[in-house]
Design a protein around this ligand. Structure first.
Ligand code: GS8
Length: 220
């Protein structure tokens, strides 16, 4: 069977989210890079995959998808195994907890953490100067969010409960880049969050995606 295709560069956090799900379930995949400089993502072929002209897009046989979290759910739903069930859809309580913490990632965690990553890693690459005031504000926002995570993770091993799920995995890309900024030490004040992050990073599937990510900011 032809491998599934992921359109977009692995270094994009939203693409990496999909890759790590594919790695978890052990599905063979092909990454189809897009030439952003040439505007390939805004061309008709890619707009047919994602009408917003963004990456990732995804092809699984006849099925074409976009939005990284929707793609991730599809991958984990279709290819779940007895050992790897990261959505827990057979259990109402567990799957609702997964949904909650996925929403928390989108609506609480990412808005606090992403601007720090963007200002520190991306803005200088584009010749700009990071907005230190915004970074400081977002560090404070991040701390508030991490207090909630610390409380949760001091009671449960993972965000949705004592089982690993997409809710944890979905935090990987943005946290990976955050941990490459000088603000990574913020996590030291939240021991349960730090242990959770180290556990996440030690997963073979995560390591296989880390291997595909740029090591220096010049490659971002
Ligand atoms: C966001 C995709 C996105 O912002 C998802 O898939 O989760 N909610 C969507 N993609 C960016 C790349 S950064 O990861 C992108 O394609 N930007 C180009 C553009 O918007 O023109």
């Amino acid at each position: 069977m032809a491998p599934v295709k992921v359109f977009g560069m692995a270094r994009s956090g939203n693409v990496a989210r999909v890759l790590v799900c594919l790695e978890e379930v052990g599905v063979e995949y092909e990454v189809v890079n897009m030439d952003f400089a040439a505007g390939e993502h805004k061309g008709p072929e890619h707009l047919a995959r994602n009408p917003f002209g963004q990456i990732p897009a995804f092809q699984d046989g006849e099925l074409i998808l976009f939005e990284s979290r929707a793609i991730s759910r599809h991958v984990l739903r279709k290819y779940k195994t007895g050992d790897v069930d990261l959505l827990r859809e057979d259990n109402l309580e567990d799957s609702a907890a997964v949904d909650i913490w996925l929403e928390v990632e989108v609506h609480q965690y990412k808005p606090a953490v992403y601007p720090i990553v963007y200002q520190h890693l991306i803005v200088p690459m584009r010749g700009g100067t990071p907005d230190q005031k915004l970074i400081a504000e977002c560090i404070e926002k991040t701390k508030k969010v991490l207090e909630v995570y610390e409380s949760r993770l001091s009671k449960f091993k993972y965000l949705a409960g004592d089982f690993f799920s997409l809710a944890d995995l979905s935090h990987f890309p943005i946290t990976y880049y955050f941990m490459r900024t000088p603000y990574a030490s913020v996590l030291d004040s939240y021991p349960s969050v730090k242990a959770w992050w180290e556990d996440l990073m030690s997963r073979p599937a995560v390591q296989r995606v880390v291997f595909q990510l740029p090591k220096g900011t010049d490659e971002l």
